[in-house]
Design a protein. Structure first.
Length: 287
């Protein structure tokens, strides 16, 4: 990560208001929903933007800070309408050292997952604006995400149905996770995105791994393929916007199914290029 690309002129402290594990205690994957507050500050962010977190050092190689980005999971008016708050969805990461074979905790994700209510976290940003909600409320939205890639879509869906209301375009969310228990905001336990299942325009499709014990990826391609005809028809319309987030598998799975539905690589390439040129395709991929 090249730190020179980022503007650090707006560093400030955010206080953790709550940290809730949103995967069950017995699930090997730990993902937490953190709500943070910057007291007295009107947080100025949009759906799809990320917040920068600085883990204080000193770190290996003499780095004073360790800086990582996290997608904001709240809509623009804040978590539960509180404008000085925002939420993030953090997966506790571990890495295997190539040489020693030992497992090490990722710095920022463990720092955040270990933080408790009342702790102060240094933040910067928000950054990025590749995802934006169209002004036209008849626009169709196709969202494809894996893992914590659901975070910006939680923000999107809350914004269009709660903050804005009256969204008329069709909204399709394709979301993949390793196990049924890792469906984050979509599962029955948490009720969050599932609140919108009654909205006529909203349909969510969940893919889980066919073999979670073997760490197999979720069958995102399969659920997109089951709906390929409808999605491709939507994509051909001039008022459809496509957003892809999370692991890069999400983009690969989507492109593979669309290529097959389009009939050839060249046809999908032309469709895809038109989406990009018209500002109707955006990716937020981070692995
Ligand atoms: C735009 C964007 C949005 C993102 N949104 C989210 C989000 O919403 N939620 C989310 O959970 N993540 C998100 N991420 C990913 C996040 O920024 C971090 O990359 C992730 O949390 C891992 O960071 P870390 O500091 O925990 O791990 P790091 O400490 O950065 O580890 C990263 C690398 O360092 C190596 N490594 C780490 N520790 C050691 C060690 N001790 N010894 C040897 N090697 C080591 C590993 O090879 C590993 O690949 C996003 C990324 C981007 C770019």
């Amino acid at each position: 990560m090249n730190l020179y690309e980022y503007d650090f002129s707006n560093l400030r402290l955010a206080t953790i208001l709550s940290s809730e594990r949103i995967t069950p205690a017995d699930d090997p994957v730990e993902v937490r929903h953190l709500v943070l507050e910057v007291p007295g500050e009107q947080m100025d962010y949009m759906e799809g933007q990320s917040i920068g977190v600085l883990v204080p050092g000193p770190h290996d190689f003499g780095d004073a800070y360790h800086f990582r980005l996290y997608s904001i999971a709240s809509p623009r008016h804040g978590e539960n309408g509180q404008s000085d708050t925002f939420s993030i969805c953090v997966r506790r990461c571990f890495y295997i050292d190539d040489v020693s074979g030992e497992r090490y905790p990722g710095l920022a994700s463990n720092y955040l997952c270990n933080a408790v209510a009342g702790d102060a976290i240094q933040i910067a940003g928000p950054y990025g604006s590749r995802f934006s909600v169209p002004d036209d409320s008849t626009a169709n939205l196709v969202m494809v995400g894996v893992g914590t890639g659901i975070a910006p879509f939680r923000a999107f869906v809350k914004h269009i149905y709660e903050e804005r209301g009256g969204w008329k375009g069709q909204v399709r969310l394709f979301y993949g996770a390793k196990t049924g228990m890792e469906l984050l905001y979509m599962n029955d336990v948490r009720h969050d995105l599932s609140l919108y299942y009654d909205e006529k325009s909203f349909k969510a499709f969940e893919a889980v791994s066919p073999r979670p014990h073997f760490d197999a990826p979720p069958d995102l391609e399969g659920i997109i393929a089951q709906n390929a005809k409808e999605i491709y028809e939507m994509v051909k319309k001039p008022n459809t916007y496509v957003y892809v987030a999370g692991l890069s598998d999400a983009a690969r799975n989507f492109a593979k199914v669309m290529t097959s539905e389009a009939g050839s690589k060249d046809v999908w390439k032309a469709d895809y290029e038109r989406l990009v040129q018209e500002g109707r395709y955006a990716e937020l991929l981070y692995e």
